[in-house]
Design a protein around this ligand. Sequence first.
Ligand code: AMP
Length: 459
Amino acid sequence: MSPKKHTMKYKKPAVESRPKPAPAEEEKSKKTAAGLALVRGMKDILPPESALWREAHQVFERVAGAYGFEYIETPIVEAASLFIRSLGRSTDVVEKEMYLFEDRDGGKLCLRPELTASVVRAYIMHGLQTLPQPVKVWSAGAVFRYDRPQAGRYREFHQLGCENLGEKSPVVDAELIALAYNFLRDLGIPVVVHINSLGTPADREQYLVELVGYWKSKRTYLCEDCKRRLTKNPLRILDCKNDSCQPVIAEAPQIIDWLSDDSKGFFMRVLEYLDELSIPYVLTATLVRGLDYYTHTVFELYEETAEEKSQNALGGGGRYDLLAEHLGGQPTPASGFGLGVERIMSVWEKRRAATTPAAVPGAVNVFFAQLGEQAKRRSLYLIEELRREGISVHHNLAKSSLKVQLEAANKLGATHTIILGQKEVQDGTILVRNMDSGIQEIVDQKKLKQTLRRLLGVS
Ligand code: AMP
């Protein structure tokens, strides 16, 4: 998809997929014979995937740092009222998906369903508005939504988020989009940005009158969920994935026609900056995001694929200029996004498998095999020395057969095996075997580190 100039003409929206049937293990939590079970919609992250998981976080930290964002951590448990006030009482997240519980003293708590509201709470409570503005922070962690588990949809999932608080400029929005875009590009995931503007509450007031009138005239064609949304959250009907609603949605009035000149101007500038940054985007009239706190720019990021096929968003965000004030703070223009780690991992793993089959970070590069008691003792020292150099070394000192040790090295996918026998202990040498070619070289033990660094391409 090539970058679009801001003609303010919306393309036909790409629709997020309807729920696919989930793989069996995601659909149900399986019980083991011992009666152990994962809670439905939750999952363990095991090696080797866990190494990639950490690497994705490291890449994000590097990219966010390059854009001047600092790390913030907020608690997983918050007062339920924080999200009811921020996201809106009639949003799906608050109405159906929050994990609510009472503390022992009766306090109404919840597991956070997203990261933004917590960051804004922290910003207000710790007086961060007194610092030079904007305050730019990134965060990462588990969030919880009691949704129906399916492919790419969990009840515990993880987000990487960035928030820019205290500055109202379209550059901020474009830069946040660029940050998310470049992070995904650095992982080798090409993305396209879907973007829209929701304007101000005043813009929306006019638009909603028109929209509700339109929905009412088409009421009989709407699905049952949308009929309910008609009174509670008419904007969300635009976001409905139900096939039967699509023809009605396609003809619905578009918010862009109700934006004030100021709001339109703001949006145009965001698009101009995206053009400048060569970030491909699609104007998407139906993009409203699910939460009440958004004003002006809203966006979502999708993997760019050869065919325009429906898929899950990798992340989304937007501007929320009124949220801080709404929560009792000073008026604070702000903008941010949240990316879904599980969805990113699933795309990233597929793409990595296609391009770089062997390169798994944290995986074993070197296996250390030894023969004989003296060699075993000496190997302890040499292994430690290599690890101090940052080289990942595995071994099986409990085994003495070389054949068994080489098999273990193969199984672990070691690129090189180091072999230390009696003779090598005596003459101060060691063998380094390339596991692909089977070629072995004899190396002076004192030069082992340099040799491995060269062979492994470690700087
Ligand atoms: P949202 O603010 O709801 O759009 O969430 C931001 C991102 O989090 C989405 O674009 C997804 O990548 C991810 N996400 C949202 N809900 C889930 C879920 N139930 N399971 C996994 N990822 C999710």
